[in-house]
Design a protein around this ligand. Structure first.
Ligand code: UDP
Ligand code: MG
Length: 320
């Protein structure tokens, strides 16, 4: 491709052979109408179906389509990262599911929001009655817990369907951490963020590639890479044990004053057990605090990210 594309569309795909051709076709139709050249990047995450051969044929036939093939299945987050790193787009990158759940027909709306000044256009899934109660509940609890622990505000139903300005892509690519919980990181990097609601379509073909176990791993990665609060649990427990000690002391004092019979040695044994427990928890709490500091340090996230202004090109005047 001679001229670098203005837009890149990144699609992580794991065993999505039946979806590759229809998605590419829909994307081509939508992207042809955009205000600049584009490329479609398929990230084949170690698929074991016909995806590789299909993608190779497609990239041979269509210079707008590129494909990266992982040596094995490294996971959705790794595939998203690879796509962002490979994107040649000079202006913006759109990431989306390969299975048709994220309608390519919304890309013009996303580009319009970007023209209006947004650096990140986050697509948020509208409440979908077809979604299984289990999935809805797990997703709801996950975001509630994540936002509580990590002090962020990742919207409920935020999908990995979003447009990122080139400077956001650069900022994300420059984050040195290995565990990449993209939904959190996109929020963390800042910039002008806006949300658009979308109605999630049915999969063109195939099933979810997210087993329950993968969802749990994703949730744990998300929470632990954005929060050291679970490490603070020891301090909370220390306070609880100390509260028990306090209540118990009052009880013993009252018992002594009122002449109530106490088994000899019982009160002192309880005090020793509770105080030793509290002391141990306190030490664990202090050690955890240092561990938390080390954890935060080793992620080597930048202390700040500078917003480059103005953008590389002024948006077309009619959209202002
Ligand atoms: N995916 C991937 N690697 C994986 C699992 C999933 O690249 O190990 C891709 C998958 O092909 C799809 C996207 O990530 O394009 C989201 O997965 P899926 O649609 O199965 O998730 P769901 O929509 O059910 O949450
Ligand atoms: Mg999907």
């Amino acid at each position: 491709m001679d001229t670098p594309p203005k837009y890149s569309i990144v699609l992580p795909a794991y065993n999505e052979a039946s979806n590759i051709a229809p998605m590419t076709e829909r994307l081509m139709a939508v992207c042809e109408a955009l205000d600049g050249p584009f490329e479609i990047i398929w990230v084949n995450d170690g698929s074991t179906d016909q995806s590789s051969a299909l993608l190779d044929d497609m990239t041979d036939a269509n210079t707008r389509v590129r494909a990266l093939h992982f040596s094995r299945n490294f996971g959705h987050m790794a595939a998203l990262c690879a796509g962002l790193e490979a994107a040649h787009a000079t202006h913006a990158v759109v990431t989306m599911d390969a299975d048709g759940q994220h309608p390519p027909e919304r890309i013009p709306d996303m580009v319009a929001a970007w023209h209006n000044g947004a650096d990140i256009v986050q697509m948020v899934r509208a409440e979908d009655p077809r979604l299984s109660a289990g999935k809805r509940l797990t997703s709801h609890w996950f975001y509630a817990l994540f936002n509580l622990l990590a002090d962020t505000n990742v919207p409920q139903g935020a999908a990995d369907f979003r447009l990122l300005d080139r400077q956001v892509v650069d900022a994300l690519n420059n984050l040195p951490e290995r565990v990449r919980f993209m939904r959190g990181l996109v929020h963390w990097v800042g910039f002008e963020q806006t949300q658009l609601t979308f109605a999630q379509d049915d999969r063109i073909a195939g099933n979810t590639k997210y087993s329950l176990w993968r969802m749990i791993t994703l949730a744990l990665n998300g929470i632990t890479s954005f929060s050291v609060r679970p490490l603070r649990l020891a301090f909370v427990l220390t306070l609880l044990v100390l509260a028990v000690v306090a209540v118990y002391s009052v009880y013993v004092l009252l018992a002594m004053v009122t002449g109530k019979y106490l088994t000899p040695g019982w009160a002192s044994t309880m005090f020793i057990i509770l105080l030793l427990g509290a002391a141990q928890l306190l030490v664990i709490g202090i050690a955890s605090e240092y561990l938390a500091r080390m954890y935060v340090e080793q992620k080597q996230r930048p202390v700040y990210i500078i917003r480059k202004k103005p953008r590389q090109e002024d948006p077309p005047s009619e959209s202002h």
